[in-house]
Write a protein that binds this ligand. Structure first.
Ligand code: ARG
Length: 435
């Protein structure tokens, strides 16, 4: 056995976890960062296994995938793959989230939670294609991502095993760096030694760790690598018009775009105007609370625009009901149960509602805020002539209102009267109580 800092005995606590003897060829989900680079070498030594790497492009800005593949080969990967999954991610994961107006905990647009099931699905595909028996990932034992990835693998590929070295190897950051240096694994300077923990894709970016864990610490500007801090955003506001067809965003300011391009374009505009910074306390699935700093420029424009349009084309009953399913959808996805049939059931509902969601919403962006300012839809359940306060008073029959009010309030009035008779208000404690 090779040198190891692993003091944890290999105890199988779940059926899908790999015993060392079962591991011959490993598909490693490889980001090119310190954890997964150390892991590549560590797995090859610890398990005496061949390692195949898979890197998934979900639109994380500024990655050089050739450099990542080169690094993997240099460390000893026997095969390296990079998959550009942006289109599938946008179409099959982000789009359903838009239709579900998906925000977890009131502020998190779920970009990481949406990405993990796709990454794990691709890991399964490539593991099968390349004859791997095991999938390895770099998630810690404290987060949601391990849940999302392992639940996906166990669902889609019961024959595959999983290893998650970070949960067991008991190396901290410094030990990992020392390990990397000992084995000639390149370690980037400065920022990689005390970084935030970052995860990003075309739907957003999160930062955790360092001062972010100190809840009394207001965000330092160096955490914002995507969105311009609002105070430095342009003094001139900008209004962007987002056009939706059947729930799908299809054009910006009248210019039609494919979904990936549209999301990237809107993100760029949002970034410029300081839009989409979210400082979020969140209940993780594994029990902990965590603080995340999110930068979600596209989501902060597209989600409110979509929700506004939907509100316009839906009836009061549709609009009141949908929120309940939206919450359930967001929770299932956050909680790593992408493959749960209920999610698909809810998607079918969302898709049906989306049939009407066509129109254009203008969003005014200004120093960090994104506000709806214009609305247009052929399907709006809205009639300006009826609603008008103009001279005619509009076509809505105001004379009919009192009859409506009498019947509408009937049960409430009866119930109020009954309670009042039993226990009159305004008279302090009821006399009867004092006797
Ligand atoms: N808190 C978010 C979530 O659970 C973001 C997690 C980011 N992941 C990471 N490895 N830094 O989805």
């Amino acid at each position: 056995m090779a040198e190891t800092t692993n003091q944890t005995p290999h105890t199988r606590t779940a059926s899908y976890l790999a015993e060392p003897s079962e591991v011959g060829r490993v598909l490693l989900l490889y980001s090119g960062g310190l954890d997964t680079s150390v892991m590549l070498k560590w797995i090859a030594d610890e398990y005496e296994a061949e390692v195949v790497t898979l890197t998934v492009n979900l639109g994380q800005p500024g990655e050089d995938y050739e450099v990542i593949e080169g690094k993997a080969r240099m460390i000893g990967a026997v095969e390296c793959f990079t998959v550009d999954a942006r289109e599938e991610f946008a179409r099959d994961f982000v789009l359903p989230a838009i239709k579900a107006n998906a925000l977890y905990g009131g502020g998190y647009p779920l970009f990481t939670a949406l990405g993990r099931p796709l990454i794990a699905k691709l890991a399964v595909e490539y593991a099968r294609k390349t004859g791997c028996d095991t999938i390895a990932h770099g998630c810690t034992g404290k987060g949601n991502d391990q849940v999302r990835i392992e639940a996906t693998i166990a669902t889609l590929a019961p024959e595959l095993k999983v290893i998650a070295p970070v949960r067991g190897w008991q190396m901290g950051r410094d030990e990992e760096i020392a390990y990397a240096r000992r084995h000639g694994i390149p370690v980037k300077g400065g920022s990689e030694i005390t970084p935030y923990s970052i995860d990003d894709n075309l739907w957003g970016r999160s930062s955790e760790g360092r001062w972010i864990e100190d809840l009394s610490h207001a965000p330092d500007d160096d955490v914002f690598q995507l969105v311009t801090p609002p105070e430095r955003a342009p003094d001139e506001p900008q209004t962007v018009a987002i056009t939706f067809e059947r729930g799908v965003p299809v054009a910006v300011d009248g210019e039609r775009m494919e979904l990936v391009a549209l999301l990237e374009h809107v993100a760029e505009i949002g970034c410029r105007h300081g839009v989409g910074i979210v400082d979020h306390i969140e209940d993780r699935i594994v029990g902990l609370k965590v603080r995340d700093i999110y930068e979600v420029p596209a989501a902060a424009i597209i989600l409110p625009a979509h929700a506004e349009l939907e509100k316009l084309v839906g009836t009061i009953h549709q609009n009141q009901f949908k929120g309940q399913l939206e919450r359930q959808w967001a929770y299932l996805v956050y909680a790593g149960l992408w493959w749960e049939p209920l999610r698909g059931d809810i998607d079918a509902f969302m898709a049906h509602v989306s049939e009407q969601v066509t129109g254009t919403i203008g969003m005014k962006l200004y120093k960090g805020s994104a506000r709806v300012v214009t609305r247009e839809s052929p399907n709006a359940v809205y009639d300006q002539a009826l609603a008008s306060f103009g001279e005619s008073g509009g076509l809505f029959s105001q004379q009919a209102s009192p009859g409506f009010i009498e019947l509408w309030s009937l049960q409430s009035r009866m119930a109020y009267r009954l309670r009042e008779d039993l226990n009159p208000t305004g008279a302090g404690p009821a006399e009867a109580d004092e006797s």
